[in-house]
Design a protein around this ligand. Structure first.
Ligand code: NDP
Length: 241
């Protein structure tokens, strides 16, 4: 599949696995990141995938960043909105800053990035937009009102934009991972992680590569009849309809 792809937050964790998987399937891939230059440089050295730094919560930065990427690799066929953060806290203690940082990085970013590439995809009558949501956007999670709201918002966005893109060959789908072994999850205490693993019928955390497979499936040219869908990959922890 010789398509051009952008993976936000593509230098670490799930995003890095997605970027590598799309490259392996023949795509030219650009991976973006926020500020961890060391991780990005290591990723670039190991994979040969180009990296670009900006804040996906900033609309103008996304506009400039996509122009730069497209000047280097051509028009974007596949966008994976993967970048995300957590700022957990019980709601009664959550600060406005914790709320808005997560909404900005996890949800505004989906508008900011999709808005740059969607018109071109419509014109060329082909596009794949894949949004990385979360099990916690499907079921809600105590201590994550901000994150659950942002990730559920991504699902509404996915279903609405899918209807706008369908006639123009642009599919818009989401993947809702359960708990995956990345830095984001490693930040949790061992006690919390043990209690989470005990709730996963498969009996382990997921691997980033398992989410990358879901993305590769949705990104494929042959996957043109699937749009507005949510692929759930959570080891059986939450069986969503
Ligand atoms: P990581 O924390 O391991 O990596 C996050 C990536 O996103 C990094 O490349 C980071 O850049 C980038 N990033 C974060 N904020 C911004 C920003 N404002 N602008 C640009 N880039 C940004 O996360 P995961 O791999 O664990 O998670 C990836 C996605 O999957 C997230 O959306 C997350 O919510 C979702 N997810 C994760 C699950 C899990 O269990 N891990 C479960 C369900 C969903 P930098 O390296 O510079 O910090």
């Amino acid at each position: 599949m010789s398509k051009n792809a952008i993976v936000t937050g593509g230098t670490r964790g799930i995003g890095a696995a997605i970027a590598q998987r799309l490259k392996d399937s023949g795509c030219t891939v650009a991976a973006t990141y926020a500020g961890n230059d060391e991780a990005a440089a290591k990723f670039k050295d190991e994979t040969g995938i180009s990296v670009f730094k900006w804040d996906v919560g900033d609309y103008e930065a996304c506009k400039g960043g996509v122009i730069e990427i497209e000047a280097a690799q051509g028009p974007t066929d596949i966008l994976v909105n993967n970048a995300g953060i957590t700022r957990d806290g019980m709601f009664h203690k959550m600060t406005p800053q914790q709320w808005s940082e997560v909404i900005r990085a996890d949800l505004d970013s989906v508008f900011n990035m999709s808005h740059q590439v969607f018109p071109g995809m419509r014109e060329r009558k082909f596009g794949r937009i894949i949004n990385i949501s979360s099990i916690n956007g499907q079921k809600g999670q105590m201590g994550q009102t901000n994150y659950s709201a942002a990730k559920a918002g991504m699902l509404g966005f996915t279903r609405a934009l899918a209807q706008e893109g369908a006639f123009k060959g642009v599919t818009v789908n989401a993947v809702a991972p359960g708990y995956i072994a990345t830095d984001m999850v490693a930040a949790m205490s061992e006690k919390v992680l043990d209690s989470i693993t005990a709730q996963i019928p498969v009996g382990r955390l997921g691997e980033a590569s398992e989410i990358a497979e879901c993305v590769a499936f949705l990104a494929d040219e042959k996957c043109g009849f699937m749009t507005g869908a949510v692929l759930t990959a959570n080891g059986g922890q939450y069986i969503a309809s």
